[in-house]
Ligand binder design. Structure first.
Ligand SMILES: [Zn+2]
Ligand SMILES: [Zn+2]
Length: 239
């Protein structure tokens, strides 16, 4: 399976990632990617950059080493209403806004409560993609989440790191979510969630998972930069 883009990449600005944006772009170029989204953590995460970083991220070039750079954020879902830690005026200036539940940042409750909070996030117009929904610390109902994404045209992530070194115990949840995503034909992105440049564009475990559940290649948005542009335009982003 060939990919043109990685929509989930961290730089040193996240506070617990170890490569610069330039390192990440270089790694992406080496792997033949045409686009990466720089998605450092939202300000509520310990060690993450403050809002000025996201205000000024437009200082980055649109392209570097023939790789298009989307200026984004991985925001924290901060309450049961599905709000995030990036105000509207900042979110509206970014190219892409990812959001997910994170330790120390998000309220963890029962499966019913977590599912409700995630559905509220799916309905939050500031958000373009829900990341690592299989996190066992914030377990959700796969069917309800996938159906909410379908209704809202929301992109769901199959997170490669969740199947490796991050968020231990994610596999079964990710499998169940991928199965439902395949069944209902919703769009997904496989994301590296790279915290080190060599991980950019590394989707091996996620590809194994989507292949196992029979998720169609045409459901995976980051196989095509064109598809990404169309999706973000439809979300009202100024691409
Ligand atoms: Zn995350
Ligand atoms: Zn991340």
């Amino acid at each position: 399976m060939k990919f043109e883009a990685d929509l989930h990449v961290h730089s040193v600005a996240s506070g617990h990632a170890f490569s610069t944006i330039a390192d990440n772009v270089q790694a992406a170029a080496k792997k033949g990617l045409k686009l990466i989204a720089i998605t450092d953590h939202g300000p509520k995460m310990p060690g993450a950059p403050h809002l000025y970083y996201f205000y000024n991220i437009r200082a980055l070039p649109k392209n570097y080493l023939d790789v298009e750079i989307l200026k984004g954020v991985e925001a924290n879902i901060i309450d049961k209403e599905g709000n995030i830690d990036i105000p509207e005026e900042v979110a509206n200036k970014l190219d892409i806004v990812l959001a997910g539940f994170h330790t120390y940042c998000s309220p963890s409750g029962t499966v019913v409560e977590n599912t409700r909070a995630m559905i509220n996030a799916i309905n939050n117009p500031l958000i373009d993609m829900i990341v690592h929904p299989g996190n066992p610390e914030f377990k959700v109902d796969p069917t309800e989440i996938v159906l909410a994404c379908k209704e809202n045209g929301m992109l769901l992530e199959i997170n490669n790191s969740s199947l490796g070194t991050s968020r231990a115990g994610s596999y079964c949840n990710c499998l169940a979510i991928a199965e439902k995503a395949a069944e209902h034909g919703i769009k997904v992105a496989v994301g590296s969630d790279a915290h080190w440049a060599e991980q950019v564009g590394n989707f091996a475990s996620a590809v194994e998972l989507v292949s196992k559940v029979g998720l169609g290649e045409n459901q995976i948005i980051n196989r095509s930069v064109h598809e990404i542009h169309l999706y973000l335009q439809a979300r009202g982003r100024g691409q």
